[in-house]
Design a protein around this ligand. Structure first.
Ligand code: FES
Length: 328
């Protein structure tokens, strides 16, 4: 956690079923008053009653400055955070949240193509609301396992009508997966493509843009850098080979054993090293690389920043050289 992080105690005002396996929580400040403003794409860090820390996109209305809404998909193969949200009677209880943070902001473009997979609809919903308010040209393609599992269909319907925006809803059991090549090929000139969902979908989306429309901007958010199910509730990616990290401030050499992250190894000797999500998407552990070749597994740095190799997210990254020298 960053020392300067804004932290709030909130009370869970309501819990609602949004779709099969998806519950939303409405959170308001425990002592009353307003919560900080946020922009589409923002998420908050939530400390669950067990102490588990999870990250969820804000998906309510930005007009409601006294409450935030988050939606949580139950992940059978998760690490327990989503099950805790689903199985605990949280209404009326207090939680601590930190943020909001935004690694996935809307950038200026002449048109927007929003591609959502599963629970990846949550940031897309707030983007669609914002783009409708702005009168922007947007379209959305939303894929899910089945109609029953797809949250916020009614909200999307209303937005599509209000904005006269094309919204494709594609349940996989009836219509197959999203036709990403077609979606990318049909994107308007100058469009920015935003994707949020499982890793496999985002990899395919990025590959389709590179192959078919390399001139288009593509932005994406993955709720876990580690696994393809976008749960926000997954284990960090561990590397398979030991290596050495040298901490430039002290010259200390730290062995990063097989199965450990750099962050875990560094924390043993520098306990104050900042971190939060431990999944490569919040940016808190971003560290300057002074020597060696980092291998990136985060979703914070752009392709150019990753290629430059002078910063890295040490919670998920590793290295391809025998040694890595970090500005720590
Ligand atoms: S702790 Fe979040 S990116 Fe590393």
């Amino acid at each position: 956690m960053s020392a300067s992080e804004a932290e709030f105690e909130v009370r869970v005002l309501a819990a609602r079923w949004e779709a099969a396996g998806v519950i939303s929580l409405e959170l308001a400040r425990a002592n009353g008053g307003q919560l900080p403003p946020w922009n589409p794409g923002a998420h908050v860090e939530v400390v669950l009653p067990s102490g588990r820390i999870r990250h969820y996109s804000l998906c309510g209305s930005r007009e409601e400055s006294d409450s935030y809404t988050i939606a949580v998909l139950r992940e059978a193969a998760g690490r327990g955070g989503s099950a805790e949200v689903h199985d605990t009677a949280l209404v009326g209880k207090s939680l601590v949240i930190r943020g909001p943070r935004n690694n996935f902001p809307l950038r200026p473009a002449s048109a927007y193509v929003l591609v959502a997979g599963g629970i990846g609809i949550t940031p897309m919903l707030s983007m669609a609301r914002e783009l409708t308010t702005r009168g922007a040209d947007w379209r959305m393609h939303y894929g899910g396992r089945s109609l029953e599992s797809m949250a916020y269909l009614r909200d999307l319907d209303k937005l599509a009508c209000a904005a006269d925006a094309p919204v494709e809803v594609r349940p996989q059991d009836e219509a197959g997966v999203l036709p990403l090549d077609e979606i990318v090929s049909a994107a308007p000139v100058g469009a920015a493509i935003y994707g949020c969902g499982p890793a496999l979908m985002l990899d395919a989306l990025r590959a389709a843009v590179a192959r078919l429309r390399p001139e288009l901007e593509v932005h994406f958010e993955l709720f876990s850098a580690a696994t393809p199910d976008a749960s926000g509730d997954c284990a960090p990616d561990h590397h398979e080979r030991p290596f050495t990290v040298v901490l430039a401030h002290t010259g200390k050499a730290v062995e990063v054993a097989e199965g450990k992250t750099i962050l875990e190894a560094v924390r043993d000797v520098v306990p104050e090293v900042p971190y939060s999500c431990e999944e490569g998407f919040c940016g808190t552990c971003c560290t300057k690389v002074i020597g060696g070749t980092p291998v990136h597994r985060d979703t914070v740095l752009s392709e150019e920043e990753q290629a430059a190799g002078d910063t890295m997210m040490i919670c998920v990254g590793s290295c391809s050289s025998a040694e890595l020298v970090l500005d720590l």
